[in-house]
Design a protein around this ligand. Structure first.
Ligand code: ADP
Length: 510
C-alpha cells in the first residue's frame, strides 16, 4: 500500500491526513493556533506558529500511521500535498526565513478604503478582466502593498531583493524545503489579484498599479507536479528514510473541488461550513461573470489537457452553518447545532415564513454590504420550529441563488451538486437543498475532500494514481438526495425568497 501525506492548513487549525492509495484517510491530526485581532477589522496569524503547528500535526499523523499500520508504512509515504487557507498574505526575509510581520489573513479588512479608492479610479473592470476577481480587500494585492508601505524598511528591502512574498502554500513550501524553493501554484496565484489568469503569469500592469516589485514574487508552478523535496532534517524528525517529494498544491476550495472529482466541465460542489463555497468547473474556458461570481483557476494537473488549467466559477454565501450557530447562541432555541434537524423536522413547512440571514450583508450574487437579517411572514402560529426550518431553507436558498448565477454565466445546466462540510451531516438540510435546486444532491463517503484533493494532486504527480478515471472509481456516494418538490412548488419558494431578500436589502444604509 502507498500513502500520501496531505497538509491542510486552515484558518483556525493546521491539519494533516494520511491517505492510502484507495483514497481512504488512515491517520490524521489537527492543531489549533492563535487568531490575532490587533484592532477592529484586522485579523493576523503568526506565520511561525502556522508552520510549527502544521509540522507538529504532520509528525503526529505520521506517528499515528506507524502505530496503526506498522513502522514499515512510513517507507511507503510517496508524496506530500498541500492545501491552504487562501489569500492570506506574508512577507519574509529571503536569507533568514523570518517573517517581517504577522500574516494578514483573508478576513482582514484594513485595506477596504484602498479598494474603494481603486474602484473610484475605475480600476475594477481591468482587475476583473485580468484576474477574474471582484475588487475586494479579501485578495492579497492590497494586503501585500499594505505590508510594503507600513512595515519599516520593507519596501527598500523588497526592492533590493531581500524579501519573499507568499500565500500560506508558499510559506509551507519554503519551510519544508528549508528555503530552497519559493513557489506557489496557479490556483493560489489566482487569488492574489496580481496574477493574469489568461496568460498564466504575474501581470505587469497590475504589479505597477499595486506597486509590487517583482523581486518578491514566487515562481508559479502547476498544482500537480514535483516542485521540491522535503528537507533531510525534517525527514529525520519524522522517521522517514526515503525522500519525500512535494508534489501537489492547491487552495482549499479548489482542492475540495478536485477531491470531489469535479473534473468534467459542468460539475460543481458546495461546501457547507461557517459559510458556503460553491465552485463549478467550466473546463479550459475562463468564463467572465455577469453575476458577481469569481472566475478562478481550479488547478493545473495532468488529466486530459496537460498544458491548460481547469477554470472554475466560484460563489460564496456568508452565513451558511453560521445561521445554525445563531439559532444556538443568539436565539438559544437549540443547544447544539445538530439539534436543528429534529426541531425543523417537527413541522412540515415554514408556513410562509422566511429568514434572510444577511447578518453581515449578502454575498453572491448580491454583494450587498448593507443588507441585514430579516425574518418575514410571521403569524401568531409561528414557532421556533418554523424559524429553525426557515434557517435551513435559507442556507439552501442562498446556495440556490449562487447555483442559478453559475448556470446563467456559463450557459451550462448543472445536473447534480456534490456536497461536503460539517453541515452536510444534516439530512433534512440536504433534502431541502435537492428540493430547492431541482437536481440530486450527492454526499460522498469521504467528506475530507479538501485534504483528499491535495493528496490526489500529489499522488497523480508521483504515480500513485495515473488518471482521472482511476480517481473517479474511488469516489463513492454515501447518500444521494433526490428532489421531490414539484416545479410549481419550487418556483413559488424561490419567488417568495426573492421577495424576502428584497426586504432585507440596503437596511443599514440609513
Ligand atoms: P468550518 O470549516 O467553516 O469551521 P465545518 O465544516 O466544521 O465549518 O462545519 C461547521 C458548521 O456547520 C457550523 O457553522 C455549524 O453550525 C454547522 N453544523 C454542524 N452540524 C450541523 C447540523 N447537523 N446541521 C446544520 N448545521 C450544522
Amino acid at each position: 500500500m502507498d500513502y500520501i501525506l496531505a497538509l491542510d492548513q486552515g484558518t483556525t487549525s493546521s491539519r494533516t491526513i494520511v491517505f492510502d492509495s484507495t483514497g481512504q484517510p488512515v491517520a490524521s491530526h489537527a492543531q489549533e493556533f492563535a487568531q490575532i485581532f490587533p484592532q477592529s477589522g484586522w485579523v493576523e496569524h503568526d506565520a511561525n506558529e502556522i508552520w510549527q503547528s502544521q509540522w507538529q500535526s504532520a509528525l503526529a499523523a505520521l506517528r499515528s500511521l506507524a502505530r496503526t499500520h506498522g513502522e514499515a508504512a512510513l517507507d511507503q509515504v510517496r508524496g506530500l500535498g498541500i492545501t491552504n487557507q487562501r489569500e492570506t498574505t506574508l512577507l519574509w526575509d529571503r536569507a533568514s526565513g523570518e517573517p517581517i510581520a504577522n500574516a494578514i489573513v483573508w478576513q482582514d479588512h484594513r485595506t477596504a478604503d484602498r479598494c474603494d479608492e481603486l474602484r473610484k479610479q475605475g480600476k475594477a473592470a481591468l482587475i476583473q478582466q485580468r484576474t477574474g476577481l471582484v475588487l475586494d480587500a479579501y485578495f492579497s494585492a492590497t494586503k501585500l502593498a499594505w505590508l510594503l508601505d507600513n512595515v519599516p524598511t520593507a519596501r527598500v528591502r523588497a526592492e533590493r531583493g531581500e524579501l519573499c512574498f507568499g500565500t500560506i502554500d508558499s510559506w509551507l513550501i519554503y519551510q519544508l524545503t528549508r528555503g530552497k524553493v519559493h513557489a506557489t501554484d496557479v490556483s493560489n496565484a489566482s487569488r492574489t489579484m496580481l496574477f493574469n489568469i489568461h496568460t498564466l503569469a504575474w501581470d505587469p500592469t497590475l504589479l505597477r498599479l499595486f506597486r509590487i516589485p517583482d523581486s518578491v514574487l514566487p515562481s508559479v508552478v502547476p498544482s500537480s507536479g514535483v516542485l521540491g523535496e522535503v528537507d533531510g532534517t525534517l525527514l529525520a524528525q519524522a522517521g522517514l528514510k526515503r525522500s519525500l517529494p512535494i508534489a501537489g498544491v492547491a487552495g482549499d476550495q479548489q482542492a475540495a473541488t478536485f477531491g470531489q472529482n469535479c473534473f468534467a466541465p459542468g460539475t460543481a460542489k458546495n461546501t457547507y461550513g461557517t459559510g458556503c463555497f460553491m465552485l463549478m468547473n467550466t473546463g479550459t474556458t475562463a468564463v467572465a461573470s455577469n453575476h458577481q461570481l469569481l472566475t478562478t483557476i481550479g488547478w493545473q494537473a495532468k488529466l486530459d489537457k496537460p498544458s491548460r488549467p481547469a477554470y472554475c466559477l466560484e460563489g460564496s454565501v456568508f452565513m451558511g452553518g453560521a445561521t445554525v450557530q445563531w439559532l444556538r447562541d443568539g436565539l438559544q432555541i437549540i443547544s447544539k447545532a445538530s439539534d436543528v434537524e429534529a426541531l425543523a423536522a417537527s413541522v412540515t413547512g415554514v408556513d410562509d415564513c422566511y429568514l434572510v440571514p444577511a447578518f453581515s450583508g449578502l454575498g453572491t450574487p448580491y454583494w450587498d454590504g448593507f443588507a441585514r437579517g430579516t425574518l418575514v411572514g410571521m403569524t401568531r402560529g409561528t414557532t421556533r420550529a418554523h424559524i429553525a426550518r426557515a434557517a435551513l431553507e435559507a442556507i439552501c436558498l442562498q446556495s440556490a441563488d449562487v447555483f442559478s448565477a453559475m448556470q446563467a454565466d456559463s450557459g451550462i445546466a448543472l445536473s447534480e451538486l456534490r456536497v461536503d462540510g460539517g453541515a452536510t451531516a444534516n439530512n433534512l438540510l440536504m433534502q431541502l437543498q435537492a428540493d430547492v435546486l431541482g437536481v440530486p444532491v450527492l454526499r460522498p463517503r469521504v467528506t475530507e475532500t479538501t485534504a483528499l484533493g491535495a493528496a490526489y494532486l500529489a499522488g497523480l504527480a508521483v504515480g500513485v494514481w495515473s488518471d482521472a478515471v482511476e480517481l473517479a472509481e474511488q469516489w463513492a456516494v454515501d447518500r444521494r438526495f433526490e428532489p421531490v418538490w414539484s416545479d410549481t412548488e419550487r418556483a413559488r419558494k424561490r419567488e417568495r425568497w426573492q421577495e424576502a431578500v428584497e426586504r432585507s436589502r440596503a437596511w443599514a444604509k440609513k
